[in-house]
Write a protein that binds this ligand. Sequence first.
Ligand SMILES: [Fe+2]
Ligand SMILES: [Fe+2]
Length: 130
Amino acid sequence: MAALTTLLDEHQTLRPFLGRLRTAAETGTDDEIGQAVAAAERALCQDLDRHIDLEDHEFFPEIADLLHASIVEPFVEDHRAIEQARDALYLQTAQGDDLRRKCITLCSLLESHLLREEEMLFPMYRSAQA
Ligand SMILES: [Fe+2]
Ligand SMILES: [Fe+2]
């Protein structure tokens, strides 16, 4: 259960960066988007990689053992899509509408993923452990 607390804390740490990025991408200037992208870099790169690694290699296998592998598969697929969208934002140069689209795509994937983990996957894990 300790891992679950860590994962939830990390979701909460990530959310303000996503909020700022989405707001900048939807209504901000190009400069504001650039600043939001830069401010979120550590959270969306090193920290997110570590979070995903913990889920893919420790937490999800435990859930698969407790319940069924098919339960975690969609979440693993989400991780690959999130990494791809994140790399598209940070490893490629983009400007204007293209940059805004990349930010919004990444925010949407992550916001939905975090919510589904918290509202579906984590409660299933808690119930299976109880
Ligand atoms: Fe995840
Ligand atoms: Fe997560």
